[in-house]
Design a protein around this ligand. Structure first.
Ligand code: NAD
Length: 468
């Protein structure tokens, strides 16, 4: 972390810039901005070797304008109160931009996960959940965690199990999202954030006029990109961008950065890293020194997908990408944002672009409350109806469909298809909404996304009558 970096202040600076374009007065704006509840917990962990370590964790509920509040749980040494407050605030604005009816929240535990055994991580997660239960900071109608940096399905399953053991309520499964399918999870959640990043970037590239301004052709085909952080979000974003026709030419991970202008085989690289523990040395790639260097190469799209404060005053001037797709939360500081903007880059901001995760978390929560898998009631009915239509087509024409064609054309929507369709609809609609605001107010996309969410959250506060 660079010296003096205050993440929550950075989020609020972006908020203030956008607030000037809204109709709300100072009082209401400060109510939107403030964190409603901040919880700091400490508890002892008995390690496998019998020694005791004190663990620090946080949960911040930024806004109760909608309930429950929602936000990921991060395991990292970067975790502190300021970071958790900033990430919780971003969740409020993100949910509003994509019309997901939650207030924002975030949790974090300050640990280096690699220094703990699986059993120790399980004990930390269960004890943290117990603390949240005791303090009323978790529940399907209260506050619902999800995966973030350093956490995944395993942690979510432990949270759910701990919660359910202590609360025998009917909707207990909805206390957390990002669970394994067998524990009430939903198909498509693991890849949702990266897939949402892909939909957002794809939609931006579909806009012919905007691409022309950047000196690029419309569409994803042939566009080069670099990704920083090959974890859940970075890997999936890269995977779908490649499937969409873009070319991965650079990757940065903790251990260093690699580059090949002819393209990098993502799946082979992941396999190589699993075997060797590093991306460095991967076939036909050039090592580029430290783990930020590759962000400075000539490319069309740069995707920071690791942590905050990665593009700052020190390197913003050297970054050449025409589009910055903020998959991570807070990767670009205010100062860096201004430098990139002045150069004419299109910054697709975090408070929109990584909202795919919370969108599909919302679908998972709905599934848990309704106790039925999406598609279960309609899939077979749809298939039968499509087959009837196809047989009418066969009867009135010479066309006879093969069994393969019938299977393809008469496919009903299952859970994955419905989740993906809902995700695409959400990301594409929201992009066009904020892009219109960008043009209307002659601002950048980040400011437009903030204007959009301040308007929505402010209107709710107004209608509650708190500010007559
Ligand atoms: P993750 O733990 O799965 O992966 C992060 C990756 O980044 C790891 O592989 C790590 O080694 C790498 N990394 C860390 N520091 C780095 C550095 N300095 N340079 C290069 N690589 C580095 O985490 P994730 O879930 O993919 O989250 C990544 C970002 O996306 C975070 O900012 C998170 O808040 C945000 N996000 C995640 C989700 C989600 O659903 N997981 C949703 C919204 C936003």
């Amino acid at each position: 972390m660079s010296k003096g970096y205050r993440f929550f202040e950075q989020v609020n600076q972006a908020f203030d810039k956008a607030a000037a374009y809204t109709r709300f007065d100072k009082g209401l704006l400060s109510q939107i901005k403030i964190c409603n509840d901040v919880l700091h917990v400490t508890f002892p962990l008995e390690k496998d070797d019998g020694s005791i370590e004190t663990i620090h964790g946080w949960r911040v509920e930024h806004s109760h304008h909608k309930m429950p509040t929602k936000g990921g749980l991060r395991y990292s040494l970067t975790v502190n109160e300021d970071e958790t407050m900033a990430l919780a605030a971003l969740m409020t604005y993100k949910c509003a931009v994509v019309n997901v009816p939650f207030g924002g929240a975030k949790g974090g535990i300050c640990i280096d996960k690699s220094k703990f055994s699986k059993n120790e991580i399980e004990r930390i997660t269960r004890r943290y959940t117990y603390e949240l239960i005791r303090k009323n900071f978790i529940g399907p109608g209260l506050d619902v965690p999800a995966p973030d940096y350093g956490t995944g399905e395993a942690e979510m399953a432990w949270i759910m199990d701990t919660y359910r053991q202590l609360n025998d309520e009917l909707n207990a499964e909805g206390c957390v999202t990002g669970k394994p399918i067998s524990q009430g999870g939903i198909r498509g959640r693991t890849e949702a954030t990266g897939r949402g990043v892909y939909y957002g970037i794809m939609e931006a590239c579909q806009n012919k006029e905007d691409m022309k301004e950047l000196g690029m052709d419309q569409g994803l085909e042939g566009k080069t990109f670099v990704v920083q952080g090959l974890g859940n979000v970075g890997y999936h974003a890269a995977k779908y961008l490649i499937e969409g026709g873009a070319k991965l030419i650079g990757v940065a991970e903790i251990e260093g950065s690699i580059y090949n202008e002819k393209g990098i085989d993502l799946e082979e690289l992941v396999r190589f890293r699993k075997e060797t523990g590093s991306i460095v040395g991967f076939e036909d790639t050039r090592e580029l020194g430290n783990n930020k260097k590759v962000m400075e190469v000539e490319c069309d799209i740069l995707i920071p997908a690791a942590l905050e404060n990665q593009i700052n005053e020190e390197n913003a001037g050297s970054i050449k990408a025409k589009i910055i797709g903020e998959a991570a939360n807070g990767p670009t500081t205010t100062e860096a944002h201004d430098i990139l903007k002045k150069r004419g880059a299109l910054i697709i901001p975090d408070n929109y672009l990584n909202a795919g995760g919370v969108t599909v978390s919302y679908f998972e929560w709905l599934k848990n409350l309704s106790h039925v898998r999406f598609g279960r009631l309609g899939k077979r009915f749809e298939e039968t109806s499509y087959r009837k239509i196809l047989s009418v087509i066969e009867n009135i024409s010479d066309r006879k469909f093969t069994e393969l064609e019938l299977d393809y054309l008469a496919q009903g929507a299952g859970e994955y298809e419905l989740v993906d369709s809902g995700l695409a609809e959400t990301m594409i609609t929201a992009y066009n909404e904020i892009n219109e605001l960008r043009k209307k107010h002659h601002v950048d996309l980040r400011t437009a996304a903030f204007i959009n969410s301040i308007d929505k959250v402010g209107t709710i506060y107004e209608s509650m009558g708190i500010f007559p």
